[in-house]
Design a protein around this ligand. Structure first.
Ligand code: ATP
Ligand code: MG
Length: 370
C-alpha cells in the first residue's frame, strides 16, 4: 500500500537533485550543471538556496525563484528562500596566459572560470536564432573585410554541430594541418590572411549531435581557451543556430566584447533573431547590432525592425547574390574574389560600423600590419 503522507527527509543532496531539474530560462541546461547553485542549506523542510547569476534582466531572478520553489515544493519543502547573488568580482576576470593553465576557482561560480584572452583585443560573436540565415557566410565575410581594412583577425568556428567555415574557406583535411605547441595548445591555420580554428578540425567519427549539455560545455571551454592565437585585434566567433548551450558556454569561458545578430528580411527569421539578441543581453554581452542578410530575394526591412525592437544599431543589409552559394561551396570567398561586388562592399560598411562600435579608428588599426 502506498503511504499517503510519507515522512519527508530533505537533505542537501535531495535538494540539489531537484535543482538539477530546473532549466535556466530559455536554455536546455539546468542550474546545477551550469554551476549556478552556490549554496544549499536545509533545516527540516525549510530550504535556502543561493544562486549566482550574472544577468541584468530583472525578470530572470523572479522567474527562476518561482520555478525553484515549484520544484522544491514538489519534493516536500515547505519554505523555500532563494537568494540571488552576483558572482564574486574577485574571481573574474582571471588572468590568462596562452602558455599557462587557466587558474581553477574553488567555488562553483558559473562565471568564475571566464578568462580574458590576453592576446585578443576584442571577441565578437556572430549569432542568429534561426539556422541557415547566413551566419557563417557573414562571420567569414566580416572577418575578411576586417582583414582588408588592415586588422589582424582570427576566426573561431564554434559550430560544433555543423562547422562549415573550413568549406567556405576552402580548407580540406584541416585536422591534418593542425599543429600543437609542446604544452598542447592548438596553433591556428592561416588562410586568406586570417588565423582560423574550427571545431570541424577536431570532430572524429563520433557524432556531436548526441552530446549532452555538460559535454558540449566542456568541449567549448577547452576549445575556446586552448588555442595559441597570435596577437589579434579581433576574434570573430561563428556560433551554431539557436540560443542553446554553446553561446552560454562560450560566454562563460571567455570575455566576449559584443555580438552581431544576423537575420533575414522575412518576419519569421526576425522572431528568432530577436530571441538571439535577448539571449546575448541576458548574458551581459552587448549586441553591437543587427545585419540583414539575403536582402532582395526575400524582401527587405526585417533587420531594421529587429534592431529597433532590440534597441541596438542596424549595421546594414547584405544583398542576396546567387554566386555567393557556389563561391562558398568552392571555398573561394566572395569578399576576396569579387571585391567590387555589392556583396563585398556591404561588408566594408558593416565592418566600419563594428569598428566604430568597438571604439577603434578604421584608418589606424590597433595592430597595424602594413
Ligand atoms: N547574401 C547571400 N546571398 C546568397 N546566398 C547566401 C547569402 N548568404 C548566405 N548564402 C547561402 O546560404 C546558405 C546558408 O548560409 P550559411 O551556411 O552561412 O548559414 P548559417 O546561418 O551559418 O547556417 P547554419 O545555421 O547551418 O550554421 C549557404 O549556401 C550560403 O552560401
Ligand atoms: Mg553556420
Amino acid at each position: 500500500m502506498a503511504t499517503a503522507e510519507p515522512e519527508i527527509a530533505l537533505d542537501e543532496d535531495t535538494v540539489r537533485a531537484a535543482l538539477a531539474g530546473v532549466p535556466y530560462p530559455g536554455m536546455t541546461r539546468d542550474l546545477v550543471s551550469f554551476g549556478m547553485v552556490k549554496h544549499v542549506s536545509v533545516c527540516g523542510t525549510q530550504v535556502k538556496v543561493q544562486l549566482a547569476l550574472r544577468t541584468e534582466d530583472p525578470s530572470i531572478p523572479e522567474r527562476l525563484g518561482a520555478t525553484v520553489r515549484d520544484h522544491l515544493g514538489a519534493i516536500g519543502a515547505t519554505l523555500v528562500s532563494v537568494e540571488i547573488v552576483k558572482p564574486d568580482p574577485q574571481t573574474r576576470p582571471l588572468p590568462h596566459s596562452p602558455t599557462g593553465k587557466a587558474p581553477r576557482a574553488g567555488v562553483p561560480d558559473p562565471w568564475a572560470e571566464q578568462v580574458r584572452l590576453t592576446n585578443v583585443r576584442d571577441v565578437i560573436a556572430v549569432g542568429a536564432g534561426k539556422g541557415g540565415v547566413g551566419k557563417s557566410t557573414v562571420a567569414v565575410s566580416l572577418a575578411l573585410a576586417l582583414v582588408r581594412a588592415g586588422f589582424v583577425v582570427g576566426l573561431l568556428d564554434a559550430d560544433i554541430y555543423g562547422p562549415s567555415v573550413p568549406i567556405l574557406l576552402g580548407i580540406e583535411n584541416g585536422s591534418q594541418q593542425i599543429k600543437v605547441t609542446p604544452d598542447k595548445h592548438i596553433i591556428p591555420v592561416e588562410v586568406f590572411g586570417l588565423s582560423l580554428i574550427s571545431f570541424g578540425f577536431f570532430l572524429g567519427e563520433g557524432s556531436p549531435a548526441i552530446w549532452r549539455g555538460p559535454m558540449v560545455s566542456k568541449a567549448v571551454k577547452q576549445f575556446a581557451r586552448g588555442v595559441e592565437w597570435p596577437q589579434l585585434d579581433v576574434l570573430v566567433v561563428d556560433l551554431p543556430p539557436g540560443t542553446g548551450d554553446i553561446p552560454l558556454s562560450l560566454v562563460q569561458a571567455i570575455e566576449v566584447s559584443g555580438a552581431v545578430v544576423v537575420t533575414q528580411p522575412q518576419r519569421l527569421a526576425g522572431v528568432e533573431a530577436q530571441k538571439a539578441g535577448e539571449m546575448f543581453a541576458q548574458l551581459d554581452v552587448p549586441v553591437l547590432g543587427v545585419v540583414e542578410n539575403m536582402t532582395g530575394a526575400f524582401g527587405h526591412g526585417g533587420g531594421e525592425i529587429v534592431a529597433s525592437s532590440l534597441g541596438v544599431p542596424f549595421l546594414g543589409t547584405v544583398p542576396f547574390d546567387i554566386d555567393v552559394v557556389q563561391e562558398g561551396d568552392s571555398g573561394t570567398p566572395t569578399v576576396v574574389t569579387r571585391q567590387d561586388s555589392e556583396f563585398s562592399r556591404s561588408f566594408d560598411v558593416i565592418a566600419g560600423k563594428i569598428v566604430g562600435a568597438l571604439g577603434w579608428q578604421l584608418a589606424q588599426p590597433p595592430n597595424s600590419q602594413s
